[in-house]
Design a protein around this ligand. Sequence first.
Ligand SMILES: Nc1ncnc2c1ncn2[C@@H]1O[C@H](COP(=O)(O)OP(=O)(O)OP(=O)(O)O)[C@@H](O)[C@H]1O
Ligand SMILES: O=C(O)c1ccc[n+]([C@@H]2O[C@H](COP(=O)([O-])O)[C@@H](O)[C@H]2O)c1
Length: 216
Amino acid sequence: MHVIYGGTFDPVHHGHLRLALEVSECFEGAPVSLVPCHIPPHRGATGATAQQRLRMLQQAIAGDPYLRIDDRELNRGGASYTADTLRQLRCELGDDEPLAMVVGTDAFAAFDRWKEWEQIPELAHIIVVQRPGMTLNPETRPGRLLAERRAGGTEALRHCASGYVLELDPPRLDISATGIRERLRMGRSARYLVPETVLAEIHDMGLYRACPVTKN
Ligand SMILES: Nc1ncnc2c1ncn2[C@@H]1O[C@H](COP(=O)(O)OP(=O)(O)OP(=O)(O)O)[C@@H](O)[C@H]1O
Ligand SMILES: O=C(O)c1ccc[n+]([C@@H]2O[C@H](COP(=O)([O-])O)[C@@H](O)[C@H]2O)c1
């Protein structure tokens, strides 16, 4: 089972990390690869550069046996389209290896605006994770895709290469990178929202602040 979890990670926070671990546990400790995007396709400029976001991720997962980083989108450059990443992975893994991508409900709600979105379930399973304050409308195209391809449990994903949509609702952590950037911009603390090592990187690189921010 190969599981990827893509994001901007600007910065990576405990919501991301806890979720990645929950997914790994669902698949009996299968590693989850965090895939930082180079240029996020559907949003404005990032607060930190790609290299700075990678550095924070490296600090965040250092020593964790279940989490990895796949930096292929940074190496590829340009806008990071998930279909391209999955196609590349599918070539490497072969046709039969189960491949799954993790996405939060907020991102999945706009899934039908992703490049080649209808091809994605042919390349990988989709694990949709509930995010606080975000309910998926069943009448939308992503909502219908979920209903049509819904997996009863994790077992289905393990036995097929792609094609299922699995809903997961682990304990919800109401943390967002936007909220963290905003706090830092206002000179407030982001402690306990991001790992201490990430906080130290943010401080050392002077990220996310218009005016000086204390190190907590
Ligand atoms: N607290 C969280 N709980 C569950 N899923 C999350 C959480 N934070 C982010 N995600 C999911 O992780 C993926 C990557 O998220 P991203 O890097 O954009 O973080 P974010 O906190 O949503 O950032 P921003 O606030 O800048 O949009 C998305 O699929 C998103 O839905
Ligand atoms: O492929 C696309 O068209 C596409 C459009 C929007 C988002 N994505 C991916 O979805 C992931 C989460 O995006 P974001 O903006 O919420 O960090 C990240 O890996 C993006 O590359 C992908």
